[in-house]
Design a protein around this ligand. Structure first.
Ligand SMILES: [Zn+2]
Length: 185
């Protein structure tokens, strides 16, 4: 199973992990092939970066207790980016940005247009998801949630935010690749 197929099976909005098997019988007779417990233990096996670990536990294993450590890690990542790139920003702006990145990452679904690859068959960046492989939130929803005005967002914060959001997309991709390796299917 490749990571993108795995992502399709791991529907964050779903109640449980239940990939539809081929030649499924009558409704109700089909057993799930993998349980959340299997996914959780596969996540814990081997070396997975904490950001990847908590992100996938919170997003796909419905583990609410992972949200707080995830947010703390994203805030750390935000502060590191701010320091490395010399962003002039108040602490509460960085906190809002971290919050938004967490929310968007937990909420977004795989892009249907490119199947999560982020690029078209011709190898160009997907127009729908702009290469993220996920449906991004609208610009308006983003700046409103971050509490930053439109002009300031477009001028200063959008490109910074996209660096942060990309780091979370990478962390998720990394965890999904790890899972498909660990689950060995
Ligand atoms: Zn796409």
């Amino acid at each position: 199973m490749n990571p993108k197929q795995l992502m399709l099976l791991l529907n964050p909005k779903g109640q449980s992990w239940s990939p539809a098997p081929r030649n499924a019988g009558k409704a109700g007779t089909v057993q799930s092939q993998l349980r959340w417990e299997d996914v959780a233990s596969a996540l814990g096996a081997g070396q997975l970066a904490p950001l990847s670990y908590y992100l996938v536990r919170a997003k796909y294993c419905q583990d609410d207790s992972s949200v707080e450590p995830l947010l703390a890690l994203v805030l750390k990542e935000t502060s590191a980016l701010a320091k490395a790139n010399r962003w002039q920003a108040r602490k509460d702006t960085l906190q809002s940005l971290a919050h938004l990145a967490c929310y968007e990452s937990l909420d977004t679904q795989l892009c249907k247009s490119c199947g999560g690859r982020g690029y078209s068959q011709a190898g160009k960046a997907c127009r729908v998801c702009r290469g993220y492989g996920r449906h991004p939130m609208s610009a308006r929803a983003r700046y409103r949630m971050a509490g930053i005005d439109k002009r300031n967002w477009e001028r200063r914060w959008l490109s910074r935010y996209e660096q942060l959001y990309q780091a979370l997309c990478d962390a998720e991709d990394c965890a999904l690749a790890h899972l498909s390796h660990q689950l060995g299917s």
